[in-house]
Design a protein around this ligand. Structure first.
Ligand code: ATP
Length: 381
């Protein structure tokens, strides 16, 4: 059967990635004309992830508010970590309303300290979901989903698999524009890369083929994560919050029934199944979970949660869904609430969210490269 999702069997070839990535750099960055980070005034710290700390900062030369992401160097032998290089290379070559814009790369005092200058987004959806008193209305959920799907369609058309889609990587501007962020795990198909690790994609959003050890990565892993995000936005809680990989598989089976070769050809050959027996559960419980959702909504969720990655919905197909054409219609992004009261609450809830990627030391003095010291940090608006 023809593949509906673009896929790649990944190979180990670490150094060719680095070379290809530098060849793709715009000449400014490639030939060392990057601006110094001292051109930026740090305003506040807005987020911290596995690969870097993110600050709200002011570009003093152009008087613009930006986000500055300092790449973590800890634990790397050769300077910039490959995840950072991938993120830089991929983002510099992308331009879309629903993808966070990387404006430039600037350097710190020491040569191996690198900052990504990105457009600043006021919110991330994880913090919003954890803090807002009432859930998003369905018209707002549709507005968010459509923007996410447009961003995904653009990525997949450009041969990029994000590989870490989750609510904390969906940012929102004060104008209600949703942006996919955090390309540290993203891959361009066609580039050789290291052998696939099944631990890509945060556990709660991880597709069954990854959990069961498939060696093939396709754009369908982003679409499963998109289904989890749709479920989370509609239910106002994570849909499949597994505590371990085994628990994650159990939750998936509880919700969608036990897969079989009949619905997912090749399923019984997946590596993890050689040492595990799956519980028999014949029912799909999506309708019981979303009793109030229209048939079109349930159909879209079921399409996103197809076990067989080849049959799973593409972003393009989702955008055609009748769910987005029926009442209540998606609201205009400009009409999305901006939630200024929740901007200060970003960090705490994010820490509570379960993450599976290894955590690195977060104590280094990351302010030391800025011209302005931590004591002069302005209060966030
Ligand atoms: N452009 C931006 N504007 C505003 N805030 C941002 C921006 N980029 C990132 N952030 C904030 O910083 C947090 C961490 O950023 P990011 O996800 O890029 O880092 P990471 O180290 O790759 O994270 P992860 O551990 O999820 O892989 C985000 O959840 C968000 O709250």
């Amino acid at each position: 059967m023809a593949k509906r999702h673009t896929s790649q069997e990944v190979q180990p070839a670490f150094f060719s990635i680095l070379n290809e990535q530098w060849f793709d750099f715009p000449s400014e960055a490639k030939y060392g004309k990057s601006r110094p980070v001292t051109d930026f005034e740090k305003l506040s710290r807005v987020g911290e992830g596995t690969y870097g700390i993110v600050y709200k900062a002011r570009d003093t030369k152009f008087d613009k508010i930006v986000a500055l992401k300092k790449m973590r160097m800890a634990g790397t032998k050769d300077g910039i970590p490959v995840s950072g290089l991938r993120e830089i290379n991929i983002l510099l070559n992308l331009r879309h309303d629903n993808i966070v814009e990387l404006k430039e790369v600037v350097v710190g005092k020491s040569l191996n300290s690198i900052f990504l200058v990105m457009e600043y987004c006021e919110q991330d959806l994880a913090s919003l979901l954890d803090n807002m008193p009432a859930p998003f209305s369905e018209t707002q959920v549709k507005c968010i989903l459509i923007q996410m799907l447009k961003g995904l369609r653009y990525l997949h058309e450009n041969f990029i698999i994000h590989r870490d889609l989750k609510v904390s990587n969906l940012l929102m501007t004060d104008k209600g524009c949703v942006k996919i962020a955090d390309f540290g795990l993203a891959r361009k198909f066609g580039l050789p890369s290291k052998p696939m690790t099944p631990t890509v994609v945060t556990l709660w959003y991880r597709a069954p083929e990854l959990l069961l050890g498939s060696k093939i990565q396709t754009t369908a892993i982003d679409m499963w994560a998109a289904g989890c995000i749709m479920g989370e936005l509609l239910a106002h809680r994570p849909l499949l919050p597994g505590r371990s990989e085994i628990h994650q598989i159990e939750l998936i089976i509880e919700m969608f029934g036990t897969p079989s070769d009949a619905i997912w050809p090749g399923f019984s050959d997946l590596p993890a199944l050689s040492n595990m027996t799956l519980r028999k559960q014949p029912y799909n419980n999506l309708r019981h979970t979303f009793t109030w959702l229209t048939d079109a909504g349930i159909r879209l969720l079921n399409f996103l949660f197809m076990y067989d990655p080849n049959k799973r919905a593409t972003a393009e197909e989702c955008l055609e869904s009748s769910y987005f054409k029926e009442q209540p219609h998606p609201c205009d992004p400009e009409l999305m609430p901006s939630f200024p009261q929740h901007r200060l609450k970003r960090k705490a809830p994010e820490e509570k969210r379960q993450e599976t990627k290894s955590s690195m030391s977060k104590n280094s003095d990351l302010f030391s490269d800025f011209g302005v010291g931590p004591t002069s940090a302005k209060k966030k608006k």
